[in-house]
Design a protein around this ligand. Structure first.
Ligand code: ZN
Length: 130
C-alpha cells in the first residue's frame, strides 16, 4: 500500500479549511467559559468540543473571529494618558458630570487622570479597538 500525505500547500489551498493564523473561540453552553485557539496551520476543526472545565458542550464561534478586535496596550507617556482622559470624558460626558456633581470639568478630568496613572503604575494595560 502506498501512503500519500496531503501537502501543506494543498492544505493552504482548500477553500473550506480554516486558515493558519486565524483565531477561534469555543464557548461552553453550560459554564460559559471560553477557550481561544490560534490556528498554527490551515485545516479542519470540529464545531463542538467537550468543555475542559465542566465537561459540558463548547461551541465554536467560528466566523465571528478571524482576527483580534480589541487590543491591550501600554500608553507611551503622560501626554497620551491625558489625551485618553479627554477622549474618555468627551465620550461619557453626561455620566462623568452626573457622578462629579458640581465639580468642574478640569477637576473631574484630574480625578480620571489620577485613576489612569494609578492603574498604569500598577502595570495595568488599557484596551483599544485598533
Ligand atoms: Zn463548561
Amino acid at each position: 500500500m502506498k501512503y500519500t500525505l496531503l501537502s501543506k500547500a494543498e492544505m493552504d489551498q482548500r477553500e473550506y479549511f480554516e486558515k493558519g493564523g486565524m483565531i477561534n473561540v469555543y464557548e461552553c453552553t453550560t459554564c460559559h467559559r471560553t477557550v481561544m485557539y490560534l490556528y498554527i496551520d490551515s485545516g479542519v476543526t470540529p464545531s463542538h468540543l467537550t468543555c475542559g472545565f465542566c465537561h459540558g458542550e463548547a461551541v465554536s464561534r467560528f466566523g465571528m473571529l478571524s482576527q483580534p478586535s480589541r487590543f491591550w496596550y501600554r500608553p507611551k507617556d503622560l501626554e497620551e494618558l491625558k489625551k485618553m482622559v479627554n477622549d474618555a470624558y468627551e465620550a461619557n460626558k453626561e455620566e462623568y458630570e452626573k457622578a462629579g456633581k458640581d465639580e468642574s470639568e478640569a477637576s473631574i478630568k484630574e480625578v480620571i487622570l489620577d485613576n489612569y496613572i494609578e492603574h498604569y503604575n500598577q502595570g495595568g494595560l488599557f484596551a483599544r479597538s485598533r
